[in-house]
Design a protein around this ligand. Structure first.
Ligand code: GRF
Length: 190
């Protein structure tokens, strides 16, 4: 049997995807181990979740650095020390720059709450509801230098519920948690 993939999860918010991945690693549904949780927001709820799960946290505030490159180089130091092999973005609200892209070529994956290329960027669920689409969804893709533009690995459609952002977000999050797990499993068993 192949050993567990060492992953670092990047998150800036509530961390429900982090929690789903952490649980899947713990119960053996995902053949991976979270060696680090990286955040740009030390006050985010995901930090509490990581601490409760006993996952090491690397929290760096971009404004404490003189450039994006030095910020990412600090992250890289922590990733190397933790021996992370893949970077898994789960609500990480920053564009990934060259230091990380160069160190992890085609080994950074992101989840986005729309059927890309529709509704990239922030507030994708709000954008979809506002636009009046009846079906939106979830995309898992490899990360490149663009905003939600890298090669698509998996997608799943989700109906917009009653034209309502909160109800649709709930349906999307449930699908995200399953789709991320499945997609990571197939990536790691290639
Ligand atoms: C998810 O909808 C994800 O697709 C997007 O950010 C959100 C993060 O949610 N990139 P959570 O923090 O995992 O609950």
């Amino acid at each position: 049997m192949i050993g567990k993939m060492k992953i670092a999860v990047f998150a800036s918010g509530s961390g429900s995807n982090f929690a789903a991945i952490e649980e899947a690693c713990r119960n053996g549904e995902l053949n991976a181990e979270i060696v680090l949780m990286v955040t740009n927001k030390p006050e985010a709820y995901v930090v509490e979740r990581a601490e409760q799960a006993g996952i090491p946290v690397a929290a760096f505030r971009p404004k404490d650095f003189d450039s994006k490159d030095t910020y990412e180089e600090a992250i890289l130091g922590a990733l190397r020390a933790a021996e992370a092999e893949w970077l898994v973005l789960a609500g990480y609200m920053r564009l990934v720059g060259q230091p990380l892209l160069t160190a992890y070529p085609s080994r950074i994956v992101n989840i986005h709450p729309s059927l890309l290329p529709s509704f990239p960027g922030k507030d994708a669920i709000e954008q979809a509801v506002e636009h009046g689409v009846k079906v939106t969804g979830v995309t898992v893709h490899l990360v490149d230098e663009g905003m939600d533009t890298g090669p698509i690995l998996a997608q799943r459609a989700v109906d917009v519920v009653d034209g309502d952002v909160d109800k649709t977000a709930e349906a999307i999050h449930a699908v995200e948690h399953d789709l991320y797990k499945e997609t990571l499993n197939s990536l790691f068993s290639r």
